[in-house]
Design a protein around this ligand. Sequence first.
Ligand SMILES: Cc1ncc(COP(=O)(O)O)c(C=O)c1O
Length: 401
Amino acid sequence: MATIPSNLQKPTSNSLSNYTKIVSSSSFDLRQNLGFNGIGFRHLSLTTHGKSLQTPLKVVLSSDRTECANNNSVIHDAVPLLSSSEVIEKLRAYRGNHESKQNYMAMYSSVVGGITTDSSAMVIPLDDHIVHRGHGVFDTAAIIDGHLYELDQHIDRFLRSATNAKINLPFNREQIRSILIQTVAASKCREGSLRYWLSAGPGDFQLSPSGCHQSSMYAIVFQDQSPQLQEGVKVSTSTIPIKPPQFATVKSVNYLPNVLSKMEAEEKGVFAGIWLDDDGFVAEGPNMNAAFVSKENEFLMPYFDKILSGCTAKRVLALAEGLVQKGIIAGIRVGNITVEEGKGAKEMMLIGSGTLVRPVVQWDDHVIGDGKEGPVAQALLNLLLEDMKSGPASVRVPVPY
Ligand SMILES: Cc1ncc(COP(=O)(O)O)c(C=O)c1O
């Protein structure tokens, strides 16, 4: 006898057909064979081919789950109504039960006007325009040895993105900078990442942000346990369309093309997809820029007018000057790069704040150079790592813990 919880509504003919649809077994499908025998919901027996089922069934009352087990438990899939303290308890349990490669160490929210180090309280309102319409922008900064790397460069881009997304700033630049530094200080994190968002804010679920009370800002500090790998990777040309320049140049939360491109790369067994722009020139990867060393030994990078202006790529361009002076590269050129030139390059690399400088050894079927990590990529990575650890004050902001 399978019982259905009494707190469920009386079935309509539609809901009854839903139940017959969803009841199935792992060993045999009951969908076609089951009939309901009872009157109402409280005592319902199930029959198959006219015979009463002897073993109690686990009935899952959900149209998208097909689960049925021959055990004594009956799932009462009624959704509980929780008090706010129960919600907090559940959020804490959720965090406790779900391991992540990342530790969330502190979060700032302008909605609550403060910082929390309790990961279960790191939440944002569902009616925030960033959540239900993607009307938000974000940026990052690495925390290295108790310093924020290129914080000001990232904040500049953050504010440019907000302007392009027509998001009013909830605070001025100095206040934003101070909030970010205080969030890192509260986290006590000395090696990790800072990520932060600006949004049109909470208010309602309309398309227009006119009902949003006030733009919001959020920030999080996290530590990533994944090892930072340096060996050469393969890439493939992305078949997911690139964002048009108006959107590709803004670091908004609309990363669906980027996510799909990364997933496509993973399905192909490569590290990342490479986007080409509308004219067929090399553009960028889903969260990194691309660069090359030409046959003439020039360091090449695509223009930034149709792609995201990478803070790391720009810093690498500055650091590469040192390699020109040492005669390791012949020069630096930012411009249009054809696929032919890219695939025929001596070296190719991916550059970004998460990736740092990652050599590429193969693009589609083309082996890049001699198929090994190149010396220029290695030299640039070393320069970047050194800059992160002991660069000038313009790129290293100390955190007052
Ligand atoms: C699309 C895209 N291009 C390039 C980059 C590299 O930018 P940055 O060096 O500032 O991290 C990113 C970073 O996330 C990105 O999302």
